[in-house]
Design a protein around this ligand. Sequence first.
Ligand code: GAR
Length: 189
Amino acid sequence: MKKRLAVFASGSGTNFQAIADACADGRIPGAQVVLMVCDVPGAPVIKRALDAGIETMVFNPKAYAGGKKEYEKQIASRLDELGVDLVCLAGYMRIVGDTLLEAYGGRIINIHPSLLPSFRGAHAVEQAVEYGVKVYGITIHYVDAVLDGGKIIAQKAFEYDGNDPAEVHRIGQIIEHQLYIDTINKLLG
Ligand code: GAR
């Protein structure tokens, strides 16, 4: 039986695409993506999921009077219904709250564009360039209550001696896609 993945994303969705393609063409032989969750109505990742025939759950956090607790409850019940084994955050630019952590703690992983614990948060690459670092990298880690703070599963470094954040993003994303595929395969055993 294939493991069932949910991918959460907020933007362009290149990591979502990489995971979905790898599941579909056998590079992740042990899993299938059963749900894409997006907190930004209109984000490009939604079309990617629809084109791939993957169920999408799109929500606007501002529309929930009960806030994070209420929308996370809704997400968690859909994850339960679909029998999701692993949640992959892929550019999901929102802090995961108690409701999801209580239900899926230990089964949520995130990809982050820095060598954690350096440069946590939303503008990791820009901060690293500003700092003048020469070795950049990508981290995949378990998600817990601390922002970008959970136990590290995989990291990959690369050298770059320049000051263009767009170039760091470009190099980093190529690494991200393969690292996410390799890490999912490793976790699924
Ligand atoms: C990725 O580069 C990911 O590392 C980053 O968002 C990007 C999403 O790209 N995540 C974070 O910064 C999380 N703090 P994508 O939508 O093309 O996959």
